[in-house]
Write a protein of this length. Structure first.
Length: 223
């Protein structure tokens, strides 16, 4: 989510478009996506002018859950919902505040891949996932060693590759670990975020009282 805000404090138009594209992929209307993005923009930008400036940080998000502070970010949008046997995924599982701003093509979901370009269809995204899941000569799933390996996927044509190459990577430097315990009446959890650096791994965030609501919401939603 840090890519949404440029260093000069303004909103990055490419990142904004990709965010709206993700919202559409998750099943939200254009109006919902536009309203939430405008709300996010007011929260992130450095100025204090805007429709949604009440309690705005006017700086980057620290945690993805800060979205819940926004007027237009409902729990159904953030955590997802199931209604009439139809499940709408929660936005929270597709975003992060700890990253380089690039998408790891070795781990990204179809929904995240689709947000990178309007030319990235579900079929192309699934072709990328299928390629990395194939068994290699060593008996393990294949992985993309570098960005150019994307060209090995037939469906990733020249225009698609050109559109997404600046926004993808083949490695991750941040990892989130969540530990949860649950019984019939109570759910409790903690979360830590680790950063991999040339000098080793270090902890950059720890929440000892992290609610696992985003994970087990279907079970506790109506309690």
């Amino acid at each position: 989510m840090h890519r949404l805000r440029k260093q000069d404090g303004t909103i990055d138009p490419t990142a904004e478009t990709q965010f709206k594209r993700l919202m559409k992929t998750l099943g939200h209307t254009e109006e919902t996506a536009n309203d939430l993005m405008e709300n996010i923009a007011d929260y992130l930008d450095e100025n204090t002018q805007g429709e949604y400036e009440t309690d705005a940080r006017n700086d980057k998000f620290i945690m993805p859950e800060e979205l819940l502070f926004l007027e237009k970010a409902t729990e159904d949008i953030i955590y997802g919902k199931t209604e009439d046997d139809k499940t709408t995924p929660g936005l929270l599982q597709y975003i992060t505040t700890w990253s380089s701003g690039q998408i790891n093509i070795n781990t990204a979901s179809s929904e995240v891949l689709q947000c990178l370009s309007d030319k990235m269809t579900p079929e192309i995204a699934n072709a990328i996932i299928s390629y990395r899941q194939e068994t290699g000569e060593n008996g393990k799933p294949k992985s993309f060693k570098n960005i150019q390996d994307l060209r090995l996927v037939t469906e990733v044509a020249g225009e698609v590759f050109a559109d997404i190459s600046n926004y993808v990577t083949t490695t991750s430097t941040y990892f989130s670990a969540i530990i949860t315990c649950q019984n019939s009446k109570l759910a409790k959890g903690s979360r830590t975020v680790l950063q991999r650096t040339p000098k080793g791994t270090k902890q950059v965030f720890f929440d000892i009282d992290y609610t696992p609501k985003a994970i087990i919401r279907p079970e506790i939603k109506n309690e």
